[in-house]
Design a protein around this ligand. Structure first.
Ligand code: UT7
Length: 322
């Protein structure tokens, strides 16, 4: 068995939708600013008590159903998340128990917005080495819990959601190449200022919040994704024109357009969900993938290029024969 193949996808979004018009009532912003600077028109927000694990569980159930796989047949569950329900046990363990897959390996990967694409790379390595045969990979977040709703620079950017895929060992081509990178030297541009060691404060959300130097992050993201897509294609011995669909991290439409331009791809070959979902961090790529699959855009045999960039900084990619 040479490859890890995607045999099912699923996703989940909270019911509550917050539009740009709703945000105009909360902070000094405008629908026009948000749309032109980011491409976002609305985002989904988790209800009180609705957790990353809840969204991840729903997405996983749908992916397992699409794959025709029973939870008890899974060998491993990997969850990309920066917003786990608890510090521990991992969200993967919480979801495992709810699915009834007790006994298989289960752990979280924290690579901020690159979490799902990192997790996919980890799962691919386990399958290619022959250690696991069926792996559930989830990207799930409730990032709005980390948002300071008085800061217009960041609160308009994020949303909640989850996506999942089931991977199976196969002789047929599946994941062709993956790349993972990080540079902790960029911590100051995108981070949460508090945590278990630094201590929590009396500020909203106990001081946990997304602190971002947006313009600087934007510049590094565009440059980094540019080289990332080139090296991923080279790993697989493929050229830009062989990519059928770009499925990028959904942070900002302008970043997505810059990456598409680098690949000489017209925007009708790019999956865009940032308008409806905003930035759901680890949830964004698998959400976009599931929407593309279920809408019939992505078809079996096509080549998909997934990429993501986030806090750390981290950045990662996966080139996939679907
Ligand atoms: O997923 C993790 C990775 N994160 C990203 O990839 C995010 C990368 N960065 C971005 O997407 C963009 O930098 C932002 C969308 C965050 C900001 O867009 P920008 O074009 O870089 O705007 P800016 O930060 O340079 O701000 C321009 C102006 C400022 O006003 P002045 O100084 O020009 O008077 C801001 O105060 O826009 C103002 N501004 C706003 N105005 C209305 C900032 N936020 C808002 C807002 N509504 N929500």
């Amino acid at each position: 068995m040479k490859y890890a193949r995607i045999i099912g996808t699923g996703s989940a979004l909270p019911e509550k939708v917050l539009t740009n018009a709703d945000l105009e009532k909360i902070v000094d912003t405008s629908d026009e600013w948000i749309r032109t600077r980011t491409g976002i028109t609305q985002r989904h927000v988790a209800a009180d008590g609705e957790t990353t694990g809840d969204l991840g569980f729903l997405a996983a159930t749908r992916a397992l159903e699409a794959a025709g796989v029973r939870a008890e047949d899974l060998d491993m569950i990997v969850v990309g998340t920066t917003t786990p329900d608890l510090v521990f046990p991992s969200t993967a363990c919480l979801i495992q128990h709810r699915l009834g897959a007790n006994g298989c390996a289960a752990f979280d990967v924290n690579a901020a917005c690159s979490g799902f694409v990192y997790a996919l790379g980890v799962a691919n390595a386990f399958i290619r080495s022959g250690q696991k045969k069926k792996v559930l990979v989830i990207g799930a977040e409730t990032l709005t819990r980390m948002v300071d709703w008085t800061e217009r620079e960041s609160c308009v950017l994020f949303g909640d959601g989850a996506g999942a895929v089931v991977l199976e060992a196969s002789d047929e081509p599946g994941i062709l190449a993956t790349r993972q990178h990080a540079d902790g030297g960029y911590k100051h541009l995108l981070f949460s200022p508090v945590g278990v060691s630094v201590g929590f404060s009396d500020a909203p959300n106990h001081g946990v919040k997304i602190t971002m130097a947006g313009r600087e992050v934007f510049k590094v993201a565009v440059k980094t994704l540019d080289s990332l897509v080139g090296e991923t294609l080279a790993d697989a011995g493929m050229t830009e024109d062989q990519v059928d669909w770009l499925i990028p991290h959904q942070a900002n439409l302008r970043i997505i357009e810059a990456t598409a331009k680098r690949l000489n791809m017209s925007m009708d070959r790019v999956i865009v969900t940032v308008d409806k979902h905003a930035n759901t961090s680890s949830g964004s790529v698998p959400l976009a993938l599931d929407h593309a699959v279920r809408s019939g855009k992505v078809k079996r045999g096509q080549n998909l290029l997934l990429e993501a960039f986030g806090g750390g900084f981290t950045w990662a990619s996966a080139l996939i024969r679907y």
